[in-house]
Design a binder for this molecule. Structure first.
Ligand code: F6P
Length: 342
C-alpha cells in the first residue's frame, strides 16, 4: 500500500514520534510505502507532498513540532475541496491516509471517510479535550512546561510580595490549567468549565498574603468571570469557526490589583507550551499510537481512531473523538479547591 500521512491543527510535541513509528513499522513489518502531505489538509488539497521513508524519520523522535508542517485548512470550506483531495490522492497513487490531529483535523477525516476516503485517525492536542481517549500526547509536555514556569514564578512572587497570574492554553477545556496548577501548587485555579467570582479570587489572594506567601493564580485562557463576557484577543474566526482566546490573565491581574491593593502581574505562557521536545510519557504514547495506527491501516479498518483507554491502545470510530469535547468534570475541580487560598 502507499499511505499518506499528515498532521493538522495546532502542532504539539510528539507528532514526529507518531510519524516515525508509523513509517518504521509500516516499512519494516508490512512493506508499505509512505508519502508525507505538507501542512495538514492543505497537502492533499493542493497536492503538496514530500518523500517519507525510514531515512526521513531518523532522529526525529525527540524533535518538537512536525516535520510535515501543519495548518488549520478546512477542505470543506473550499469549493470542490473534497474532489481535489480525491484527485490528488489518486494522482499520487495514495491508497489510504493517516490523519494526526485534534477535533478539527479528525472532524474532516470523519467526513472524508463517510465520502469514501480510506482514513485512520491519530488523536493529538495539548488541550487533552478529545473524547474517547484518556490522554492525548502533547498534554503531558505542556503541563510539565507550565508546571516548571509556576515553580519559577513562586520564587520571584515571594521575593516581591506580588500576585502572579499565569495564563495557560487549553481552549474550552481546563485540563492544562488543572494539572499544571495542581502540580505547581497554585493558590487558585480557574477553568472554563466553571465561571469564577472575581471577589472570591481576591479573597483567596488576600488570605495567601496573610500567610506571608505570595499567590500564584493559574487561569485557563477560556475561563470566564461570573456574568461576564469572555475576554477575547480579537473576534477573528479560523476556518473551523474558532475564536482566538487570550487576555483573561491581564484582565484578572488588573482586577486583583485594584481589589487587594497588592501589585499583580501576568505571565502568558502561550506557544511555549507547545514547543520543544516531548516528555517520555508523550514519546511513548505517540509511538504506541503510531504502531497501532499502521496496524489499523494494514487491516483496512477505516474510519477508526486509535485511542488510549487505561493503559491500552484501542480503536474507536472516528466520530467518537469529535462528538463532544472532553471537559474537566466538576469533581476533579472540587478536589483541587482544598488548596485555594491556603
Ligand atoms: O488547540 C491547541 C491550542 O494551543 C489551544 O490551546 C489554543 O487556544 C490554540 O491552539 C492556539 O492556536 P494558534 O496556534 O492558532 O494560536
Amino acid at each position: 500500500m502507499r499511505i499518506g500521512v499528515l498532521t493538522g491543527g495546532g502542532d504539539c510535541p510528539g507528532l514526529n514520534a507518531v510519524i516515525r513509528s508509523v513509517v518504521r513499522k509500516g516499512v519494516a513489518t508490512y512493506g508499505h510505502e509512505f508519502v508525507g502531505f505538507r501542512d495538514g489538509w492543505r497537502g492533499p488539497l493542493e497536492g503538496l507532498s514530500r518523500p517519507l521513508g525510514i531515512a526521513e524519520v531518523r532522529g526525529i523522535l525527540p524533535r518538537g513540532g512536525t516535520i510535515l508542517g501543519s495548518s488549520r485548512t478546512n477542505p470543506f470550506k473550499i469549493d470542490g475541496g473534497v474532489e481535489r483531495i480525491k484527485d490528488n490522492l489518486a494522482e499520487q497513487g495514495v491508497d489510504a491516509l493517516i490523519a494526526i490531529g485534534g477535533e478539527d483535523t479528525l472532524g474532516v477525516a470523519t467526513k472524508l471517510h463517510d465520502l469514501g476516503v480510506q482514513v485512520v485517525g491519530v488523536p493529538k492536542t495539548i488541550d487533552n479535550d478529545l473524547n474517547a481517549t484518556d490522554y492525548t500526547f502533547g498534554f503531558d509536555t505542556a503541563v510539565n512546561i507550565a508546571m516548571e514556569a509556576i515553580d519559577r514564578l513562586h520564587t520571584t512572587a515571594e521575593s516581591h510580595h506580588r500576585t502572579l497570574v499565569v495564563e495557560v492554553m487549553g481552549r474550552h477545556a481546563g485540563w492544562i490549567a488543572l494539572h499544571a496548577g495542581l502540580a505547581g501548587g497554585a493558590n487558585v485555579i480557574l477553568l472554563p468549565e466553571r465561571q469564577f467570582d472575581v471577589d472570591q479570587v481576591a479573597g483567596y489572594v488576600e488570605k495567601r498574603f496573610q500567610h506571608q506567601y505570595a499567590p500564584i493564580v493559574v487561569v485557563a485562557e477560556g475561563a470566564q468571570p461570573l456574568d461576564g463576557q469572555m475576554v477575547l484577543h480579537n473576534q477573528e474566526l479560523d476556518s473551523f469557526g474558532h475564536v482566538r482566546l487570550g487576555g483573561i490573565g491581564q484582565w484578572l491581574a488588573e482586577q486583583l490589583e485594584a481589589k487587594t491593593g497588592k501589585e499583580a502581574r501576568t505571565v502568558v505562557l502561550g506557544h511555549i507550551q507547545r514547543g520543544g521536545t516531548p516528555t517520555a510519557f508523550d514519546r511513548v504514547l505517540a509511538t504506541r499510537l503510531g504502531l497501532h495506527a499502521i496496524d489499523a491501516v494494514h487491516q483496512g479498518d477505516w474510519g477508526k481512531m486509535v485511542a488510549m483507554q487505561g493503559t491500552s491502545i484501542v480503536r474507536v470510530p472516528l466520530i467518537e473523538a469529535t462528538r463532544e469535547l472532553k471537559t474537566v468534570p466538576l469533581e476533579r475541580y472540587t478536589e483541587a479547591e482544598v488548596f485555594f487560598g491556603s
